[in-house]
Design a protein around this ligand. Structure first.
Ligand SMILES: N[C@@H](CCC(=O)N[C@@H](CS)C(=O)NCC(=O)O)C(=O)O
Length: 223
């Protein structure tokens, strides 16, 4: 039986959704973020040295890193679904978006989260103006322009085909869901980018997505 180590409000929600799409039985072991630091509890480090979520175990296999887990589960249990045929243009796009999600889309979203917190968080009064000015400048110079460029790019790519890899829904769409959901809570993604917005509405309406929400518990991404 596949066991998913699931941290609340996190990337592991994607893994539950994927397993629901695959119709593959699994168990969920839940972990709660620390309410103040939002970090994972130390018990996750007993499962994998980095102590991050998601991690799965499947028999002898213990695997971390959401992209690797998505690729492993889709190719092992997908029976040809959710992965485009190899040596096709769709398969190349599948690989690209599978890596883009964590490699390119998430870093500016994470930086925005950190700099927003520096800007608005409590700190000694004598460092506050300097810290806030640095956070503001980093956001204006690097983080926000990158976010905008990436959102524009993803919007135009979804103008080429209904889903990220082509005309068929694939595991790359599942992998891309997390940065887009994060962008809609803290990265400026809204109905002004109609293709990306429609993508979010469509995935949220999928029965497997809804079942995964029931299994994973409350899902509210960090702001
Ligand atoms: N690139 C990794 C990122 C893993 C990651 O940072 N997970 C977050 C949850 S969204 C986490 O465990 N955060 C809690 C912590 O860092 O303590 C992946 O895709 O699996």
């Amino acid at each position: 039986m596949i066991l998913v180590h699931h941290l609340n409000n996190s990337r592991s929600q994607r893994i539950l959704w994927l397993l629901e799409e695959l119709g593959q039985p699994y168990e969920v072991r839940r972990y709660q973020r620390d309410a103040k630091t939002m970090l994972a509890p130390p018990e996750l480090r007993a499962v994998h040295p980095l102590g991050k979520s998601p991690v799965i175990s499947d028999g002898e296999v213990t695997m971390a890193e959401s992209g690797a887990i998505v690729e492993y589960l889709a190719s092992r249990y997908g029976k040809g679904s959710l992965v485009p045929k190899e040596n096709t243009a769709e398969h190349l796009r599948y690989i690209y978006w599978m890596h883009f999600a964590e490699g390119s889309a998430m870093p500016p979203l994470l930086l925005k989260l950190i700099f927003d917190r520096i800007e608005s968080g409590p700190m000694p009064f004598f460092v506050r103006p300097v810290a806030r000015a640095i956070a503001r400048r980093a956001k204006d110079m690097m983080v926000l322009p990158n976010l905008t460029r990436q959102l524009d790019y993803m919007e135009s790519e979804l103008g080429r085909s209904e889903w990220f890899a082509g005309s068929a829904f694939s595991a790359a769409d599942i992998q891309m869901s997390f940065p887009l959901e994060a962008a809609s809570t803290r990265g400026g993604l809204d109905a002004g980018r109609p293709k990306l917005w429609a993508f979010l509405q469509k995935i949220h309406a999928r029965p497997a997505y809804q079942r995964a929400l029931e299994k994973g518990g409350k899902y509210e991404l960090l702001r």
